[in-house]
Design a protein around this ligand. Sequence first.
Ligand SMILES: C[S@@+](CC[C@H](N)C(=O)[O-])C[C@H]1O[C@@H](n2cnc3c(N)ncnc32)[C@H](O)[C@@H]1O
Length: 230
Amino acid sequence: MRMRRKPWARPELDACGFYIKDAPSLIGHWHEGFARKQPLHIELGCGKGGFIAVTAAENKDINYIAIDIKSEVLVLAKRNIEREFSFADTPIDNIKLFSFDIARIGMVFSEEDTAERIYINFPNPWPKECHKKRRLTHPRQLESYCAFLKDGGHVLFKTDDDELFGDSLEYFETAGFSVVSCIDDLYENGIPDGAAVTEHERMFYDAGLKIHFIEAVKDERGNATKATEE
Ligand SMILES: C[S@@+](CC[C@H](N)C(=O)[O-])C[C@H]1O[C@@H](n2cnc3c(N)ncnc32)[C@H](O)[C@@H]1O
């Protein structure tokens, strides 16, 4: 996603109460930073945040963390969140945002930061062989999520990319997840009314592309995979 430079993005984020400037300093303590102790869901590569803004405003009994590497898109996520919570007339007390490279996610979350669910929506497909390790569903990445995803926790993944979809099915298996749902054409019958969709999801759907979906559950092999590396 090419974005125009936004020199105002970082100052606007720094002034935002739900933006976390120094995410690694909160490792092991993320649950304490929310108004209520309740399940945690994390979106990796949230982009402009259209999905997480609607989802978090509608589900005040869940805490959310949204992460993206680019301040230029996170600042738009911040504005989307403010707008959705304002429409819903509810305080912004169940969502945090931060800018970070997910390849180094082990620096920000530990097993104390237990998450019930991870969303990975339309990540960069990285088609070249030499770049595949950068995929957010690469086994090396999935194994790093096992450190904070609870046993029985879910990863919900969507993509328009056929090759990434096929490869990711194998990646989940390799990393110790069980695939519980795999849908080739999620919106074969159209997008359901009121569904929270991401910016890329809407764009790809409108362009006539299939939206592929995988839901995978971390099973005991997820821990075993991690243990063999230690
Ligand atoms: C194709 S966009 C999809 C954005 C959004 N999920 C959607 O569906 O509209 C991929 C997003 O992932 C972010 N991203 C890619 N690699 C990342 C990484 N290693 N760490 C954090 N964010 C990353 C990009 O900055 C971009 O915003």
